[in-house]
Design a protein around this ligand. Sequence first.
Ligand code: ATP
Length: 300
Amino acid sequence: MDSVTVRVPAKVNLQLAVGPLRDDGYHDLVNVFHAVSIFDEVTATAKVGMSVRVEGESADQVPEDGENLAIKAAFALAGHAGRSYGVNLLIRKSIPVAGGMAGGSADAAAALVACNELWGLGLPLEDLMEIAADIGSDVPFALLGGTAVGTGRGERLTPLKVEGDFHWVFALADGGLSTATVYAECDRLREATGERVAWPRAAEPLLAALREGDAETLGAELRNDLQPAAVMLRGSLARTLKAGREHGALGSLVSGSGPTCAFLARSESHAGELAASLKDAGVARDVITAHGPVPGPVIV
Ligand code: ATP
């Protein structure tokens, strides 16, 4: 086999509960991850040495060296196998870069699956999950897909059974937001307001809405503790979120660390109408529709 192509979805956090700042600089999180139908494709081709090339959506903002999360994943897998394998990774991006949709983590997960196949390693998912957790806290979910509750730094995962499909609209913004900057702003705001930060817990009504396929309740329960910080850093997001509510979204939130905003629609046709209204309102660089949950990385 000379090459393997893997298609991998983006994620949106339906709930992101951020606990108090720990002594080690991290936060305990509760993350309800949901994989949606916006896909990157990673093609792994056999060669001597390791290299990566990036094409598509905002490719110029993605490193093509050892900093690329996909190539880090390939190195980590080769290290695990104890062999000096080589690969060229071609990443075709559709997931917005630095948009809070874990595109880099998705590419890392896709690279693990593609190289595992290309190099004939046959490692089971549990082994890939362990390697994934060392690459980044969003990478294990990117390997799993579907919908799952993540705890710790997001890497301890419990898959959730979800009834039916949910229909989403995503408003993409110009330029990204750095995840580290958004967490720092969240800490600063909490300090400034003297907010008492509770231990993060998954919201039971939100989990029940997912289990029952109840879009109305899910919309009301969407919650992201990073949203005030993202809105503080990027004031225009307040207008985008307001426009979604005014045009009938069941719920809205900033996705992860932003600046992408997610809106829940009643149905596929409602998502199309909502997307058209948001485009007309001029509150986003681009507006796309998607559905979820979708499976994790798939060899195509
Ligand atoms: P998260 O939702 O996990 O916080 P994000 O969606 O906000 O992440 P990414 O698109 O994953 O952000 O990219 C964050 C940064 O990581 C980018 O600015 C880019 O420089 C770097 N990066 C490294 N590898 C990749 C990759 N394969 N794809 C995208 N970005 C990458």
